[in-house]
Design a protein around this ligand. Structure first.
Ligand code: ATP
Length: 135
């Protein structure tokens, strides 16, 4: 079966690198499925999951926004943060979720950055979902 090379890279270094049969990811414009030979493109990513299909298995990587660059033989995901499902600290994500929910409840107070709290909540919910493999 044809494969495509995938790299997920963050400012802290590479998180995932492999040859896979299919990549799907959440661009800001919607779900994006990439097979070998895909036309070149660049798209901004949403907070979401990258699914990597390889030898009948699907691996999941949580991504907190960034960009995807597609070439016919290579996909590069440049992410602000990214974690393989097995590397996610579930308790940390749960704490982040509770913190963000608390801030959103207090949004009537001054000094609460609503958008920032919403994004933190989305990152935490995404990490929890990816760690459970429910995507
Ligand atoms: P927190 O409030 O727990 O730091 P956050 O969403 O603000 O969460 P980020 O700024 O997105 O965290 O990420 C900072 C760094 O910590 C990144 O390297 C990211 O991969 C890592 N990270 C964040 N949350 C987790 C988690 N639950 N498990 C593993 N790594 C995490």
């Amino acid at each position: 079966m044809k494969t495509i090379k995938v790299s997920v890279v963050t400012p802290d270094g590479p998180v995932y690198e492999s040859d896979v049969e299919m990549v799907s990811t959440k661009a800001q414009s919607g779900e994006l499925g990439i097979l070998p030979g895909h036309i070149p493109m660049v798209a901004p990513l949403a907070i979401g999951v990258v699914r990597l299909k390889k030898e009948g298995q699907t691996e999941l990587v949580a991504v907190s926004g960034g960009f995807v660059e597609v070439r016919p033989d290579q996909v590069t995901i440049l992410a602000q943060a990214a974690e393989k499902s097995s590397d996610i600290d579930v308790e940390r994500a749960q704490r982040a979720k509770e913190r963000a929910e608390q801030r959103l409840k207090e949004q009537h107070l001054e000094n609460i950055d609503f958008r920032r709290s919403q994004l933190a909540l989305q990152r935490a919910i995404n990490r929890l979902a990816v760690s459970k493999g429910r995507m």
